[in-house]
Design a protein around this ligand. Structure first.
Ligand code: PMP
Ligand code: GLN
Length: 382
């Protein structure tokens, strides 16, 4: 294995799911729903295969999906993108992240990331030969946020990109307009590109609102926005994602993407094009249901004696394990697995610093009976 990939062993998600499968534990580790997406969407993929969508689609993506993505950004956020040149379909958000970083971060360039960060960010920055500059999200009140001074101090003459994820995995933070304005201000002043991972854009709770940073003044021209169908439609295995950005960024990402995968799978593109317009009621019901699952699991976590931080979005809630006498999430997760038969993720795997040591991430995108089983099992740890 090449030097730049040393230290990137098996992803924690694969590891934890394998552990749960091997031992029959309740899997609140890897974030995937245990029920399928809308029936008509599944049918649309089958129909697409029967209807002959089985050869290479165009490299940038099927026109119908690029049009549907552009329409979605316009209707939901008032952001207009030309489906022909400003939208690129990718193999999930994962490929969008990889292609964008490989296209825009040169050797030695610095990329600011908020830690805890999604694992593929660090790996793709390393693949690009670039350098990550973490800025730590810390609890402030009952949610995680950043210190603006720390963010400003992270900018150097080598900074090229700020990589942002909101709603944020794993903390569940949805960045407010004011927080995003601080990031936007830095981007404008230092001529940085914002790369935003918005895969949980529909999955926000209570009064949290997802604000795409591209909607802030002067940001559309310096933002590469990434999203995907996996979380919105509960089809994480379909790996259909997209980039919306000004043409020069889309061209750059596409240049890389051509040689990663050339193009994304055709039948799913056709099906997702349908769902982006046709299944929004279903998505709203998913959002409501996830909010009550969040409440259900959060109650169980607190009843077990942990402190849960408030999740404003995503599939995840984080808890502080110190009230139960643990100092380290990894130790806690071992005990949680042994005594309670539950798999969760120690948040420290998403950090460079030790700021994440006392936190554990739980996924609540599971059937109510699975969450209830987990609540009962959580009683065994104290
Ligand atoms: N970004 C974040 C923050 C995620 O949580 C995930 C995975 N769930 C992805 C990207 C990857 O998305 P995809 O499955 O569409 O590649
Ligand atoms: N995004 C999912 C999570 O955070 C996992 C995706 C993966 O396994 N790579 O749990």
């Amino acid at each position: 294995l090449v030097a730049r990939m040393q230290g990137f062993g098996t992803t924690v998600f694969a590891e934890m799911t394998a552990l749960a499968n091997r031992t029959g534990a309740v899997n609140l580790g890897q974030g995937f729903p245990d029920t399928d997406g809308p029936a008509k969407l599944l049918e649309a993929a089958v129909e697409a295969i029967r209807g002959g969508a089985n050869q290479y689609p165009p490299g940038p993506g099927l026109p119908e999906l690029r049009e549907a993505v552009a329409a979605q950004r316009a209707e939901r956020y008032g952001l207009t993108y030309d489906p022909d040149g400003e939208v690129l379909v990718t193999v999930g958000a994962t490929e969008a992240i990889a292609a964008t970083l490989l296209a825009l971060a040169d050797t030695g360039d610095e990329v600011i990331v908020f830690e805890p960060y999604y694992d593929s960010y660090a790996a793709c920055i390393a693949l690009a030969g670039a350098v990550r500059r973490p800025v730590t999200l810390r609890p402030s009140g009952d949610r995680f946020t950043f210190d603006p001074a720390e963010l400003r101090a992270a900018v150097t003459p080598r900074t090229r990109l700020i990589l942002l994820n909101s709603p944020h995995n794993p903390t569940g933070t949805v960045f407010s307009r004011d927080e995003l304005e601080i990031v936007a201000d830095l981007c404008r002043r230092h001529d940085l590109v914002a790369v935003t991972d918005e895969v949980y854009e529909y999955l926000t709770f209570d009064d949290a609102e997802h604000v795409p940073i591209a909607t802030l003044p002067g940001m559309r021209e310096r933002t590469v926005a990434i999203s995907s169908a996996g979380k919105t439609f509960s089809v994480t295995g379909w790996k259909t994602g997209w980039i919306t950005a000004p043409p020069e960024f889309v061209r750059a990402a596409q240049t890389v993407k051509q040689f990663l995968t050339f193009t994304a799978s055709a039948p799913y593109q056709r099906a997702v094009a349908y769902a982006l317009g046709g299944e929004l009621d279903w998505v709203e019901a998913l959002r409501t249901s996830l909010q009550s699952k969040r409440d259900r699991l959060t109650e169980g976590i607190e009843a077990a004696g942990l402190t849960a931080l408030r999740s404003q979005g995503t599939y995840f809630v984080q808890a502080d394990v110190r009230p139960l006498g643990f100092v380290d999430g990894q130790d806690f997760c071992r005990v949680l697995h042994e005594r309670a038969g539950i798999v969760a993720i120690p948040a420290q795997v998403f950090y460079d610093s030790d700021a994440g040591d006392p936190y554990v991430r739980f996924a609540f995108c599971k059937r109510d009976e699975v969450i209830d089983d987990a609540r009962m099992r959580l009683g065994r740890i104290s």
